[in-house]
Design a protein around this ligand. Structure first.
Ligand SMILES: Nc1ncnc2c1ncn2[C@@H]1O[C@H](COP(=O)(O)OP(=O)(O)OP(=O)(O)O)[C@@H](O)[C@H]1O
Ligand SMILES: [Mg+2]
Length: 403
């Protein structure tokens, strides 16, 4: 219990913590507040979409606004504005979203067996005395029947003489807009707000402010923060990644019983965070992708007797140490074997190629054509990360289920 630690308040460094101040987001916050504030005067706000890459502060800005909003309506007696946050990764259908929102106001909505019309009527009832309901749909692109949900919510406004329902949608998917039906698109995109990635200087300031609160005084070298910021901006400008990096660096320094986080800790943290992120990606892949990746990893680990292609001889001439490539044919055979082992039906080669290209998009593998001369024309596959690590992660996911 009395162990010394350089963490002063670890929860401040958690990705779920919502800081009081959100530097570099004043513009976005002010714009969103000005769009939503009519609700406080019983007028219907416009719908709004917040869009930006991962870790650009969309969720935390919205949570900050909600907290301030709730504080400003607290104690004012009969409040006319209601605001509800829904994480659509968890509540991913029209039914579940309406149920989630309504059960906060009428507990019986939590029971199963109610149809959609019940929720719809309850929603109308709730706002019909002139209330404005703002529904925040975070990760809105995860909703399976979004067009239907938008239709339902829009229709409720047509039926109401007083009160109304507005939507704040949040997404980090570039292609999301194109997947919508034109009617929902024009309804949702009444206002659009972009969250740009942070620059290295911005990340540096965000990190130093969080570190001041999260770590003991004087325990983080400023050069370590600068390095973490530089690495982050090289990668993506994702503040969540930057926080993970400094948090992990803190764990490393703590583990080694040092009282200062240095550049070296940030470098080691970078490797570990990468491994963690890869693990997260792999664990959440669909099963056929996992089987495909597993077969590639295990071939790379054990190598194959005759067709493993090592380009080391060539690479000596090029002056770099080339990784090991596999033929797609033998990888497919291995995939069939692995499927067999876990009692799954292997999909056709056409599907297999689909899995390969999706794994490549995620950066888990790389492929290239073999060029002429090596067993005719074929595709060469190379695993992007340490094959042994990938195999170990997947071993626990795929085979524990079987055993
Ligand atoms: N301007 C900022 N100041 C301080 N911390 C920030 C700022 N922007 C983001 N963060 C922190 O970065 C982390 C990620 O932010 P957030 O969850 O809001 O990202 P997001 O845009 O919602 O990403 P995603 O699209 O992946 O959901 C959080 O821990 C948040 O507190
Ligand atoms: Mg988010």
């Amino acid at each position: 219990m009395s162990k010394r630690t350089i963490f002063r308040n670890p929860s401040v460094l958690s990705p779920h913590y919502v800081p009081k101040d959100l530097p570099f987001r004043d513009h976005q916050i002010n714009q969103i507040v000005s769009v939503l504030s009519p609700a406080l005067r019983s007028q219907k706000p416009r719908n709004i979409i917040l869009y930006g890459k991962t870790g650009t502060g969309k969720t935390c800005c919205m949570k900050r606004i909600m907290e301030d909003f709730e504080n400003s309506t607290k104690g004012s007696g009969d409040t006319k504005a209601l605001i509800q946050y829904v994480n659509c990764r968890i509540y991913n259908s029209r039914y579940r979203i309406l149920q989630k929102i309504l059960k906060n106001y009428c507990p019986e909505a939590d029971k199963s067996g109610f149809g959609l019309p019940f929720f719809y009527e309850k929603l109308l009832e709730l706002v019909s005395d002139g209330k404005q309901m703002i529904i925040v749909l975070d990760e809105i692109d995860m909703i399976k029947d979004l067009d239907e949900l938008v239709y339902t919510l829009t229709r409720s406004n047509d039926e109401l003489s007083y009160g109304g329902v507005s939507i704040v949608g949040i997404s980090n998917k570039l292609s999301f807009k194109d997947t919508l039906d034109p009617r929902s698109k024009s309804s949702l995109y009444e206002t659009e707000m972009v969250f740009p990635p942070y620059t290295a200087e911005q990340i540096q300031r965000i990190l130093s402010e969080r570190s001041k609160e999260g770590f003991a005084p004087e325990s983080v070298d400023s050069s370590a923060i600068n390095l973490a910021a530089a690495i982050t901006s090289q990668e993506t400008g994702d503040a969540r990644y930057a926080l993970k990096l400094i948090n992990k660096a803190g764990e490393i320094a703590d583990f080694e019983k040092r009282n200062k986080i240095t550049d070296r800790d940030v470098e080691s943290a970078r490797k570990r965070v990468e491994i963690d992120l890869t693990k997260e990606t792999i664990v959440t892949l669909p099963e056929m992708h996992q089987l495909t990746l597993y077969s590639i990893a295990s071939l790379a680990v054990k190598g194959s007797k005759y067709s493993r292609l090592s380009l080391e001889n060539n690479s000596e001439q090029n002056g770099y140490s080339a990784p090991c490539y596999l033929f797609s044919g033998e990888a497919y055979e291995e995939y069939e074997r692995v499927c067999n082992k876990v009692g799954k039906r292997a999909r056709s080669l056409r599907w297999y190629k689909e899995y390969l290209s999706e794994l490549e998009v995620l950066g888990l593998i790389a492929t290239k054509p073999s060029g002429k001369g090596i067993r005719g024309q074929t595709t060469l596959i190379q695993i992007g990360q340490n094959a042994k690590d990938i195999q170990t992660v997947l071993d626990s996911v795929l085979f524990l289920k079987v055993n």
